[in-house]
Design a protein around this ligand. Structure first.
Ligand code: ACO
Length: 530
């Protein structure tokens, strides 16, 4: 079977848009006269390896949500149980796929009807479940009987089993390596799987932490997957606020499942358990799964951070249709904290064809001598702001307002309405120039409540420590001054929550350029035709 998995998955991926459930039943005969029944399959190393390979191979088809069902995979040490009940799946199957072809190669064959009856005897499917014939492209020489995937010394060895098992992780955007880890836990556990799910402080140092799914969402996806693949187990989920959680205090636990990377964590858990007078846990380690699609800036293993990286530049949530806003030009509000690199993104968007409005500069123009807000600002903040030539010294003004919310509000109450008028004029200018897209490069777009002036909000993010060192170097600020400037703004996470597209300038300029180009290309597909 193993050499046939790649072509089978490739051919299934052309038909399946979302969930592909896989039911393993070696030796199933669909050609006899009696209706076949689901029987238990022993959880041997060989079965375990096929499951791992299925998930690893499925990774080539990013859109496929593969779930290998373990309901009929039984650990040999357990007493036989009846497999007569029909299992409810979270996505009831609409189609059952087979590569079993009749001699004339036609779509009609009696095996397909047997298969439909077999599928509905195992799982609750859509009322009109149909079977569809796959035509996998088996390359010559990769058929059955070819070299086995497993080392011979694994054949026939069954897995150990344990009553209660513990596993920990962030489980952000459940991917195929998570599924291998979780399936291993399910195959090892007889009774309960305790899942510690990283939250709050434990996420602080994660790459692109702002794009990590909320805790509740991660738990929901995790439980849906687990209940689908093995409904008979008890699943307990707890938020993990330190690296140990309940693994060092729960006396019922017998085994911890780790990956090559988290082995040290497993060893540390056992040390703590001994200190707490509890027996050590058996350590079951799974290998890391290589990500065949990883780019040069991504990790080699399948990882959630790579998935988050791939989200940069894509549409994260659909923009709301605002009938009050003319559809042309399509206005993007580009924002980002100080030092986030949003202005370099803005320039690249201009280079790609957008009409660029530098709102920060308009802000400066608003209180230039003779500008619409000059008198009011001088009146509110005093003449000690003024340079000898009568211009407002922005360094002095900045020192007054950053770190003092009240003063900052007095300034913005004066200048924001004025700047908004200037922005509207600039958008009209974009229309005159026949531009389809207008980008407002505006530092505090969201703080100013300007979301309704734009069709989409795009945000540039950068970790706070990087923003600090950038603005200290660029603007010659002390760390304290830089920090107080950052603290007068929204956090990255608050911005991301309200954004349609997120970009990150943490890496080399070419990486940012690629993100911007991807975002621009995707934008062209969704802006309404002129
Ligand atoms: C809705 C908008 O986005 S309007 C554009 C932003 N402008 C404003 O809000 C007007 C009020 N701000 C100002 O007048 C000036 O920023 C001053 C006087 C406070 C400081 O001037 P300068 O020292 O020359 O700094 P500059 O204007 O370049 O702003 C420096 C940083 O402060 C931040 N900043 C600007 N205005 C604000 C504000 N109202 N609240 C919080 N942070 C702000 C920006 O993020 C900017 O960072 P960036 O250059 O990395 O994007």
């Amino acid at each position: 079977l193993s050499p046939r998995l790649v072509p089978i998955l490739a051919s299934a991926s052309r038909i399946v848009e979302d969930t592909l459930y896989i039911h393993l039943q070696p030796g199933l005969s669909l050609t006899g006269s009696s209706q076949p029944k689901s029987t238990y399959v022993p959880a041997t190393r060989e079965v375990y390896n096929v499951i791992n390979k299925l998930y690893a191979d499925a990774d080539a088809h990013g859109h496929l949500d593969v779930r290998v069902l373990l309901t009929n995979i039984r650990n040999q040490s357990l007493a036989p149980q009846s497999l007569s009940s029909v299992q409810n799946l979270s996505h009831p199957p609409e189609v059952v796929l087979t590569d079993f072809q009749t001699s004339d190669g036609g779509q009609y064959n009696p095996v397909k009807q047997q298969l439909e009856r077999y599928a509905t005897s195992c799982y609750s499917c859509w009322p009109n479940l149909i079977s569809v014939l796959l035509y996998p492209d088996y390359e010559p020489g990769t058929g059955e009987g070819e070299q086995p995937l497993q080392k011979p010394d694994w054949d026939g060895m069954s897995l150990h089993s344990y009553g209660d098992i513990v596993v920990g992780g962030t489980f952000d955007r459940l991917h195929n390596a998570h599924k291998i880890l979780l399936s291993t836990c399910c195959m090892l556990a007889e009774n309960r799987l305790l899942l510690g799910i990283s939250d709050k402080n434990l996420l602080e140092n994660k790459l692109l932490k702002e794009l990590i799914q909320p805790y509740e969402k991660r738990v929901e996806k995790l439980c849906e997957f687990l209940v689908d693949i093995k409904p008979s187990l008890r699943y307990d989920t707890v938020p993990l606020l330190d690296p140990y959680g309940p693994s060092i205090t729960d006396p019922d636990l017998k085994c911890i499942v780790v990956s090559e990377e988290t082995r040290k964590g497993g060893v540390a858990v056992n040390k703590k358990r001994l200190e707490n007078g509890l027996p050590e846990l058996a350590l079951h380690e799974i290998p890391l799964v290589k990500d065949l699609r990883h780019s040069e800036n991504e990790e080699e293993k399948i990882s959630s951070s790579s998935l988050r990286h791939r989200l940069l530049g894509t549409l994260l949530q659909p923009p709301q249709k605002d009938l009050d806003l003319p559809s042309c030009p399509y206005v993007i509000g580009l924002t980002g904290g100080t030092g986030s690199g949003k202005s370099s993104i803005a320039r690249h968007l201009e280079h790609l064809g957008a009409y660029l409005v530098d709102v920060d500069r308009l802000g400066h123009e608003a209180y230039a001598p003779g500008g619409p807000a000059y008198e009011q600002v001088v009146e509110a903040f005093g003449a000690d702001l003024l340079n000898e030539d009568g211009t407002i010294n922005r360094k002095v003004l900045g020192a007054k307002v950053f770190g003092n919310q009240e003063q900052l509000k007095s300034l913005t109450d004066i200048v924001w309405p004025v700047i908004a008028q200037m922005v509207k004029k600039q958008i009209n200018e974009a229309v005159v120039q026949g531009k389809a897209v207008c980008v407002l490069d505006a530092a505090v777009l969201l703080e100013a409540g300007w979301s309704d002036m734009v069709h989409e909000v795009w945000t540039a993010i950068i970790p706070e420590t990087e923003a600090l060192s950038r603005i200290m170097a660029r603007d010659g600020l002390s760390e304290e001054a830089a920090r107080s400037r950052l603290q007068s703004q929204l956090t990255n996470s608050q911005r991301v929550e309200q954004s349609h597209v997120v970009l990150c300038t943490l890496w080399e300029p070419e990486v940012t350029h690629r993100q911007v180009e991807k975002a621009w290309a995707l934008l062209q597909q969704r802006i309404p035709p002129d």
